[in-house]
Design a protein around this ligand. Structure first.
Ligand SMILES: Nc1ncnc2c1ncn2[C@@H]1O[C@H](COP(=O)(O)OP(=O)(O)OP(=O)(O)O)[C@@H](O)[C@H]1O
Ligand SMILES: [Mg+2]
Length: 262
């Protein structure tokens, strides 16, 4: 399989004293399903957002499909962002618009500003949107306003919006953090299916280790801006979890020497 994405010694500095990423290197193959895990503040969101340049890395190279995205100017950036779909914890939908309108927004990157403003979509684009909504089990909600949907349904709209872009890769920043276990499972199964049946590469930030281990081809563990694990889910044992989450991982507050409240 060919490499789709490669980080080469990528660092990101915010201001003077926060180094969010330190010398991060890894490669992702086409079609791979990769989870990024690590404690809060480890740099997971920063890492994900450097890929589509929502955040600019400070140094290193980020090679996507053969080109260094850090060199991209306006026009190349617009094209890059059509090829990389993004899915957010809080969905980022326009609540007063319908499901289908939100999904068609995924096509805006391909349009002139005027066509976008006028909401001019081709019949083909609408058919594609309908068919993706059917795959995601949203066929009964196509004309509903998004504020009438459950969290799990909203996230499926977010996935549909990303898919109509015809992306090569999906970046998902804690897509299930606001969902209950059942809705989470449905979202993860859709993402897994998208990766295996459509060949779309998925990179996903997760706080739930069990979920990451269950669905991923590969796990990247990050601690304080550094990659401390890069391998299969099978290789993630207690020692690896301790290097990712810290040596207190798995201990109770008492065992950590914490104090009782009251
Ligand atoms: N815009 C910013 N300006 C300054 N510092 C920032 C900014 N964004 C993030 N940071 C800092 O960079 C580090 C990494 O943050 P990041 O959001 O990437 O972590 P994360 O792993 O996604 O955390 P979480 O699991 O809580 O979402 C943290 O120390 C954070 O405070
Ligand atoms: Mg984050």
């Amino acid at each position: 399989m060919t490499t789709l994405l490669e980080f080469k010694n990528v660092s990101k500095q915010y201001g003077h004293d926060t180094k969010a990423l330190s010398d991060v290197s890894f490669a992702v193959k086409e079609g791979e399903f990769v989870s990024i895990i690590g404690p809060s503040g480890a740099g997971k969101s920063t890492l994900l957002r450097c890929i589509n340049r929502m955040i600019d890395a400070s140094s290193g190279e980020i090679i996507f499909d053969g080109a260094n995205v850090m060199d991209f100017r306006k026009k190349e950036l617009k094209k890059l962002r059509t090829r990389i779909g993004m899915i957010f914890q809080h969905y980022n939908l326009v609540n007063r618009l319908s499901v289908i309108e939100n999904v068609l927004h995924g096509r805006l990157g391909y349009k002139s500003t005027l066509a976008g403003v006028l909401g001019l979509y081709t019949e083909e684009e609408k058919q594609q949107a309908y068919s993706i909504l059917r795959i995601l089990g949203l066929e009964d909600h196509i004309y509903k306003r998004c504020d009438q949907l459950s969290g799990g349904q909203k996230q499926r709209v977010g996935i549909a919006r990303a898919l109509v872009q015809n992306p090569k890769m999906l970046l998902c920043d804690e897509p299930i953090a606001s969902l209950d276990p059942n809705a989470s499972r449905i979202i993860m199964e859709h993402l897994k299916n998208i990766s295996s049946s459509m060949g779309i590469t998925v990179i996903i930030n997760l706080h739930q280790v069990d979920v990451a281990l269950k669905y991923s081809d590969r796990i990247i563990g990050v601690n304080k801006g550094r990659v401390v694990y890069d391998g299969t889910p099978d290789g993630v044992k207690t020692n690896e979890l301790q290097s990712i989450y810290g040596t207190d991982f798995g201990k109770t507050v008492d065992e950590q020497g914490g104090q009782h409240a009251g």
